[in-house]
Design a binder for this molecule. Structure first.
Ligand code: UDX
Length: 444
């Protein structure tokens, strides 16, 4: 059956989902309450950087399968499957997730649902949210029980959003308790994801709370894995050992595996930090805070890497940032992204500035976003410009062009030959052989 899909919320998740579903052949209508965003998307202009996404957006606008609107009425009249993709950021004053956008979306949509449809939640939510929203739908939708709610968490990574959407590791389908509704929801989701399923993608069905938890548990696990190796880095620093060798050796055990075992400045972004905090807050509400106290430690280890990077730089510069120029390479929370939400790189840059250093930042894509968040830092258009006159160069986000930097390129412009490799991506021998002071996290 040719489903007509809608996508509510056009951030990283929603814009990618809408464009990719259109690319699979569905007619798709995307909605956002931000008129400016809708105007840009309708023009084929992505409001954020994501490799490979713009061509997918443009060709599906051109072939007419993809459109955008700000009207919930138009959306409700158009679609028979509605994906909820709005953001669930951390609350300003607490660890918990702020569900205001999600509640508002469901409350706007539900009263307009006059024919049978499936509402599919994709946003990352505290466990129990889907059950609650199902109640809102049942109460407000004119079509009543024929508006069915399912939960289908999304695992896409920024920088790989198109690939992760079209070829996910797995599809998780959280289904409602009512058996008839569950069978219908499963059938529709299998039809929508038919292409991925034909490629052998595993399809895991679960009840609604389990499906919600798969997402938070996955992110908690990934954050824990990163903080585990960064805790080992702390021990390595104290013991004079090399955490990169340690990680390499651990990775050969395929029960452990090498992915997300990269020691360095740690995790940031719009997901992992806020998701582990929201998970702790939710466990607390459920009376099971104890089960997740280790995530407090995961968060602390992660934040300590930022402090350590600042301390190490200050120490190499002789104990003070006063009168010192520092070049910061990277502002995005990871390469291939212009996202600076909870960015470790920007945090370190701001902290050095606050301690009296003159900081110049360069990021291939994120300078503009970084300038909005940290207007008091200086920004340069290239790595070499950032490094001009610097007493120390800090590699904080491992963009490919920074990995490729050589000592001989930088030497003519810097004031002091100091490089801090906070992502462990440079070759220490090459830099030291060229006469540089090379320092990294977790290495002698
Ligand atoms: C993450 C999850 O991977 C994804 O499944 C979920 O849907 C959203 O959250 P994302 O935030 O896009 O995706 O970035 P990811 O690639 O997971 O990286 C997160 C952070 O961890 C980055 O700051 C990265 O630099 C850091 N990281 C990653 C490490 O410090 N070491 C590693 O080995 C891997």
């Amino acid at each position: 059956m040719a489903h007509r899909l809608t996508v509510i919320g056009t951030g990283y998740l929603g814009a990618t989902h809408a464009a990719c579903m259109a690319d699979l052949g569905f007619e798709v209508l995307g909605l956002d309450v931000d008129e400016d965003k809708i105007a840009r998307l309708s023009n084929g202009d992505l409001p954020f950087y994501e490799p490979d996404l713009e061509p997918v957006l443009r060709r599906n606008l051109e072939n007419g399968r993809l459109r955008f609107t700000t009207s919930f009425r138009e959306l409700a009249d158009f679609g028979d499957v509605h994906f909820l993709c709005v953001g669930t950021p951390q609350k300003a004053d607490a660890y918990a997730a702020d569900l205001a956008f999600l509640d508002a979306a469901v409350e706007a949509l539900a009263p307009l649902l006059r024919r049978p449809c499936l509402v599919v939640g994709k946003s990352t939510v505290p466990v129990g949210t889907a059950g609650r929203l199902g109640g809102t739908l049942a109460k407000l939708a004119p079509v009543g029980g024929d508006a069915v709610l399912a939960w289908n968490p999304e695992f896409l990574r920024e920088g790989f959003a198109v690939r992760d959407t079209l070829r996910p590791d797995r599809i998780v389908a959280g289904l409602p308790a009512d058996q008839g509704a569950a069978e219908h929801a499963e059938k529709v989701l299998r039809e929508i994801y038919a292409a991925a399923l034909a490629d052998g993608t595993p399809f895991v069905t679960a009840d609604l709370p389990t499906a919600e938890l798969v997402k938070t548990a996955a992110n908690a696990f990934l954050a824990t894995k990163i903080s585990f190796i960064n805790a080992m880095a702390e021990v390595c620093e104290a013991a004079g050992a090399d955490v990169t060798r340690l990680a390499e050796a651990l990775a050969h055990d395929d029960r452990i595996g090498g992915r997300f075992l990269g020691p360095g400045l740690g995790f940031g972004g719009g997901c992992l930090p806020k998701d582990i905090r929201a998970f702790m807050a939710r466990a607390d509400e459920l009376g099971t805070a104890r089960a997740l106290t280790f995530l407090r430690e995961v968060d602390d280890i992660n934040v300590r890497r930022r402090v350590r990077t600042v301390d190490l730089t200050r120490q190499v510069l002789g104990g003070s940032f006063a009168g010192r120029a520092v070049a910061v390479l990277g502002a995005a929370f990871k390469p291939d992204s212009d996202d600076v939400r909870d960015s470790p790189a920007l945090d370190v840059a701001a902290s050095i500035r606050a301690q009296g250093g003159a900081v110049t930042v360069h990021d291939p894509r994120a300078n503009a976003n970084a300038r909005r968040v940290q207007p008091s830092l200086a920004y340069a258009d290239s790595a070499l410009d950032a490094a001009r006159g610097a007493d120390a160069v800090l590699l904080l986000t491992e963009w490919r062009e920074f990995r490729a930097l050589t000592p001989s390129e930088l030497a003519p412009v810097v004031a002091g030959r100091v490089i801090i490799d906070a992502r462990n991506v440079l070759d220490p021998d090459a830099w030291r052989a060229a006469g540089w002071t090379y320092r990294a996290l977790g290495r002698p």
